[in-house]
Design a protein around this ligand. Structure first.
Ligand SMILES: Cc1ncc(C[n+]2csc(CCOP(=O)(O)OP(=O)(O)O)c2C)c(N)n1
Ligand SMILES: [Mg+2]
Length: 885
């Protein structure tokens, strides 16, 4: 060795000995302190080191640090094998009965050990005094979760037979976790990739919020999210990691099943997904625990005093690792260990068969147990467990580690025999081809053990508590002032909404249940007065004196703050909405979330989370602020929303409203509170509120008006002289344009229309399609609410709103007579409100023109009359179309 190398080697040893000494004699914090000291010294000297966020590709917990396994491994293996078999059999049977019904075998096959260690030793049930853990199950692993419930006696054989056949009269099981379809079983919808990681993070944070407010006593409750490695590519999966560390969510555990494959093939063929995730999570401040290899590698590591094995494992890429899952021992000996003689020597005493059986960490209960055990004891940080597994583990030729494995739904006889033998399932050669379910007797060791474990852990999972507790609703007079109108004062519906929120928060009974959520838009909506009133939630309180301390509305952060000021994350805010909106079943606390956001960044941006909220049976109020394509002036194409109400049509359990006046808003919110939190209906409200100020009228005292507002339309202005039977329909701010149009028609044309406020096209639509359906099925003649309202006399209807024409057109066939739809199809422009309304042809002038034109088409006014009006109104037929922008 050259002199220089000798010195280096000596120096290296000195440094390593020093740190070994610290590791041996002191705790982890001290080790970190020393490393930080060195790091600081180096940077003081101006040397920039690249951040080192990766550890070698080996288990984070060394064998020497492991606790021994607390369970009966032999029995647990038997139980797990049976569950594996039944999970596979469910999918195979389903696809034999109905070609193409789908289902997945390989996802659960790779994750079975992770779940079974969780079920036998960690997941707390909710039967006792302490609350159940909250578990997000990987959607495609559902057959395994069902198969376990079958052994536990919670699901019948018939139900398993009817996997993916919910409509079967004897009951079936939904494809994936859907609380909407199985409301006493699944709690959280997870199958849209990326949503469960972000929902789990905000759920864990919401649990802390409730604890900090003294509403929940659950210091040991954990949130577990089981995720796929491919799933981590979704931006939502990784988008909120720093929130979890910033908020010190030590109640949160991600378990990422790194089977190195997604649907099409390897997740990172040319590099390593586990290393990539390790660096990202560590960089985001998480605890990272890697579970790479199983116990039978431990003796190899012990022999490997030069660290060659560690080096070789680290330098391999995932494509190569996947290749070894299919390979025989001699191939692995040659290609993996054969890169150096010394490495090869490590396995010289192992047979080819033993080499093939060198197990991955995620299939080893001992390794998984130790990782979970460390995770549940983590303090002040969330933990991610990265487990290396094999996709389709145990499927052999039928799919183990193959690129096709995700889609494998059928196994032939030979493959079934292989599976049976691999997991020792006592099914005869005669029967095996039928892929029958297998369940040991109730008094068998397996069933007794499995039930006992769950009993000791507090009961079965998953369980969704369907029955929710009685809710303290706000005092009835909270809304009174809004029924009276604003007198001479001009207000916008946004302001009215914020005032209502403020009053609700002050309410003695319901105030504490209200959860305001906002993604950095409080000032836009004039909500900043709430900062001081109820505080912004922060687990750490407020560690600084805010710059605006002297002002009335200073930025107050507090540990018992009520507002979830989420920063600029609509996805995060919506996840908070889901956590709060499902608290009634998760925690048996009737939280009432009010999530207020820029309406353009709601359905359009995070529509899939809204769909998930509906699936999760979340309740609460979504307030789409600064709504309306023309009402939000000046903001232009990206901000001006003219479509959210059309998108809202797509979610069955959304109640969508576009109110014009404060009293309508008050009626809607009061009704919503009752419907969701008193009557327990699991729907949620989407209400657009606008920023145009005008005088709010008092509520007409007519009987039944509140019900009409809720049903979607009511006559705001009647007319005794309406000989043309003309009706102007307006929604939101555009109702004012319709009212103005009625005045013009009266003044200039001697026409006296009636004016209607359409508060909800979606309510009208939902009612109409259901009424029509009932009429079709029963050959009956019931009237839709539209027909009940406007009568059957043929008339002319002009419907104007700040949304796309598709909205009124969705219900036009139920109006007797001609319907002209005016709306804001096209892109927004950075223009003033008046110009915008002219541009989109929804202002009073265009409403008048549309009315006259429709009347002319029906021969109710003549051509000369129309031409005169055209001139007077200054209608330009060559005006560029707003739809093209
Ligand atoms: C948002 C979304 N996009 C696509 C899919 C379709 N899909 C279902 S599973 C899957 C691959 C999953 O791979 P991974 O997350 O690694 O899970 P594994 O089955 O390997 O455990 C895909 C693309 C989906 N369910 N959700
Ligand atoms: Mg995967």
């Amino acid at each position: 060795m050259a002199e220089k190398d000798k010195i280096r080697s000596f120096e290296n040893k000195e440094w390593l000995d020093s740190i070994d000494f610290i590791i041996k004699n002191e705790d982890e914090d001290r080790v970190e302190e020393i490393i930080e000291l060195l790091w600081d010294r180096v940077s003081e000297k101006g040397i920039q080191l690249s951040a080192h966020l990766n550890t070698p590709y080996i288990n984070t917990i060394p064998a020497s640090e492991e606790e021994s396994y607390p369970g009966n491994r032999e029995l647990e293996r038997k139980i797990k094998s049976i569950i594996r078999w039944n999970a596979m059999a469910m999918v195979v049977q389903a696809n034999r009965k109905k070609e193409g019904i789908g289902g997945h075998i390989s996802t659960y096959a790779s994750a079975a050990t992770l779940y079974e260690v969780g079920f036998n030793h960690f997941f707390k049930g909710g039967d006792g005094d302490s609350p159940a853990d909250i578990v997000y199950f990987q959607g495609h692993a559902s057959p395994g979760i069902y198969a376990r419930s079958f052994l536990e006696g919670r699901l019948s054989e018939t139900q398993l037979e009817n996997f993916r056949r919910e409509l079967n009269p004897d009951g079936g099981l939904s494809s994936y976790p859907h609380p909407r379809l199985m409301d006493e079983y699944w709690q959280f919808p997870t199958v849209s990739m990326g949503l469960s990681p972000i929902m789990a993070i905000y759920q864990a944070r919401f649990n802390k919020y409730l604890q900090d407010k003294g509403m929940l006593d659950a210091p040991d409750q954990k949130v577990w999210a089981f995720l796929g490695d491919g799933e981590m590519d979704e931006p939502e999966s990784m988008g909120a990691l720093t929130l979890a560390s910033r908020e010190e969510l030590d109640n949160l555990i991600f378990v990422i099943n790194c089977n190195l494959q997604r649907l099409d093939g390897p997740v990172r063929g040319n590099s390593s997904i586990i290393q990539e995730l390790e660096a990202a999570f560590r960089g985001a401040g998480w605890n990272v625990i890697k579970v790479i290899t199983g116990e039978n590698w431990d003796p190899l590591f012990e022999k490997d005093d030069k660290g060659l094995l560690k080096k070789r494992l680290t330098e391999a890429v995932d494509g190569e690792r996947q290749r070894y899952t299919l390979a025989e021992g001699d191939f692995i000996r040659e290609k993996f260990f054969g890169t150096s003689e010394e490495l090869k020597a490590l396995v010289e005493n192992l047979s080819d068969d033993e080499i093939t059986k060198l197990r991955r960490g995620g299939h080893d209960p001992l390794k998984v147990f130790n990782a979970f055990n460390k995770a549940v004891n983590s303090k002040k940080r969330p933990t991610v467990v990265l487990t290396q597994t094999i996709k389709g583990y145990g499927m052999g030729e039928a799919g183990e580690g193959r690129n096709i494995t995700h889609q494998q739904k059928k196994l032939n006889e030979e493959e079934l025999i292989h599976f049976r033998d691999r997991f020792n399932i006592p099914i005869s050669d005669e029967d095996v081809d039928k892929a029958p379910f297998y369940k040991p007797d109730e008094d068998s060791e397996e069933i007794k053990y499995l039930k006992k474990r769950r009993e000791e852990l507090g009961g079965f999972l998953p369980v969704r508590k369907k029955k929710t507790p009685e809710c303290d609703l706000p005092a009835p007079d909270v809304f009174d002032e809004f029924f009276k109108g604003s007198g001479k004062r001009e207000v916008a519906t946004t302001m009215a909404a914020v005032q209502m929120l403020s009053k609700l928060l002050k309410d003695k009974t319901a105030g504490k249940l209200i959860v305001p959520i906002v993604p950095d838009e409080s000032r836009t909506f004039g909500m900043d007065s709430l900062f001081r009133q109820v505080g912004i939630y922060s687990h750490k309180g407020q560690l600084y004196e805010p710059v605006d301390r002297e002002s009335l509305m200073y930025y107050k952060e507090a540990k018992n703050g009520a507002i979830l000021e989420e920063g600029i994350t609509e996805a995060g805010s919506m996840s908070s909405f889901i956590a709060a909106g499902t608290a009634c079943s998760t925690h048996q606390i009737n939280c009432i979330p009010f999530y207020i956001f820029y309406s353009m960044f709601g359905f359009q941006r995070i529509g899939d989370l809204m769909w998930a909220a509906a699936d999760a049976r979340a309740k609460g109020f979504l307030l789409g602020g600064t709504a309306g394509r023309s009402t939000l002036a000046g903001e232009g194409l990206q901000h001006q929303d003219g479509q959210s109400h059309v998108m809202a049509l797509s979610i069955p359990t959304v109640r969508a409203y576009d109110p014009a006046f404060a009293y309508e808003l008050a009626v809607i919110i009061r009704h919503g509170m009752n419907q969701m939190f008193k009557d327990g209906e699991d729907v949620f409200y989407y209400i657009t509120v606008m920023n145009e100020k005008y005088k709010m009228p008092s509520m007409p005292s007519r009987k039944g008006i509140e019900e009409e507002i809720i049903k979607g339309m009511y006559k705001y202005k009647s007319s005794t002289k309406n000989k043309h039977n003309l009706h102007l329909l307006g929604s939101g701010s555009i109702l004012n344009e319709a009212l103005q149009a009625a005045e013009i028609l009266k003044r200039d044309y001697d026409i006296y229309p009636e004016v209607w406020s359409v508060t909800s096209y979606k309510q009208l639509y939902d009612n109409a399609i259901e009424t029509e359906r009932m009429n079709t099925l029963n050959n009956s003649n019931r009237k839709t609410y539209i027909e009940e309202s406007v009568g059957s006399k043929k008339g002319t209807f002009v419907a104007a709103s700040d949304y796309m024409k598709a909205l009124p057109l969705s219900v036009s066939k139920w109006f007797p007579g001609e319907v002209a739809a005016l709306g804001t199809d096209g892109f927004g422009l950075s223009e003033h409100r008046d110009e915008l309304r002219d541009h989109f042809e929804i202002d009073a002038k265009h409403i008048v023109w549309a009315a006259l034109h429709s009347l002319h088409k029906q021969k109710k006014v003549d051509k000369q009359f129309l031409n005169k009006a055209k001139k007077k109104l200054d209608i330009d037929p060559d005006k560029p179309s707003p739809t093209r922008g």
